[in-house]
Design a protein around this ligand. Sequence first.
Ligand SMILES: NC(=O)c1ccc[n+]([C@@H]2O[C@H](COP(=O)([O-])OP(=O)(O)OC[C@H]3O[C@@H](n4cnc5c(N)ncnc54)[C@H](OP(=O)(O)O)[C@@H]3O)[C@@H](O)[C@H]2O)c1
Length: 317
Amino acid sequence: MCPLTSAGMRALHFSEYGPASVLKVAEMPEPHAGPGQLRVTVRASGVNPADTYVRAGRFQEWIPLRLPHVPGVDAAGVVDEVGEGVTTVRVGDEVFGITDYAQMGGANAEYAVLAAWAPKPAALNWEQAGGAAGNIETATRVLDRLDVQHGTVLLIEGAAGGVGTTAIQIAVARGAVVIGTASERNHEFIASLGAIPTTYGPGLAERVKALVPGGVHVVLDSAGSGSLPHLVGLVPSPERVVSIADANAATYGVHLSRGSGPGADAPSFEGIAAAVELAEQGRFTVPVAAVFSLDEAAAAHELSESRHARGKIVLKP
Ligand SMILES: NC(=O)c1ccc[n+]([C@@H]2O[C@H](COP(=O)([O-])OP(=O)(O)OC[C@H]3O[C@@H](n4cnc5c(N)ncnc54)[C@H](OP(=O)(O)O)[C@@H]3O)[C@@H](O)[C@H]2O)c1
């Protein structure tokens, strides 16, 4: 561990693209809140699959970074700096939120600057809140695009992960019927969140027909496992499917929704406050798959890369 000076902070970073072993913890310059932003002393932050893609250099073409780069897009903590024009929070408030999406990083550190946030609900502990905001924004963005509301029958491909578990709960709270695909070991888990579980892979159409004879209205593909040709067959037209994970989505007439980079959809930051309300009503939680220290971040990235985490992976500074 590095000694700290008043102008420095402990931060996870990488100075070259590569495998999880390029992640190091060192002293880095502190960031400061710009206009419309705030800074938190981080209590917990999230690991998203995108952090592993950024680290591996897969996003270099469309999100150019200046190295060294601090990964992480969501965090929870205590406000210690308030930027110009911010009137809704004060130093000492407990919040959770998202860093500037365009930078694709900054959260896995001792201090993080947030660009969108909401008060941390008491119903979520620090680990849960630290990994929540990015998935809430993504799930809200896609569920809005699919117009998921009371009575909608939604199928989520890849329902046991960070986005899937979030989308199940938000959709159920809207009054939708949610079918979630997951491996069998996760069926009870996603059922506990409100989904009707089934297995992904061959025979999906038959299994879905048996579960909802009236059919599925819309589909969220959060797996990106190449199943879009089958998912498109579940609905009347491909516009009723949105993928967040399949780079070949356009081939099947499916919209690929992204929160940043060229061609991104407008982010749905208002979903964060809406999820706070649900959490306070006991209708929204964040299943945490594992908590690691910053020093163990390589193991956290490797768990994310396994693509079988059950819920959210979180880092503690
Ligand atoms: N475009 C965007 O705005 C955006 C935002 C966030 C995330 N994403 C992308 O969305 C994807 C999901 O993100 P996440 O954070 O939810 O990931 P995650 O937490 O790593 O999700 C892993 C889940 O995927 C499931 N899974 C693995 N193989 C599967 C398959 N063949 N079919 C169906 N499900 C499968 C696993 O369930 P089992 O263990 O039960 O198999 C596991 O629970 C990632 O590719 C991520 O990069 C995109």
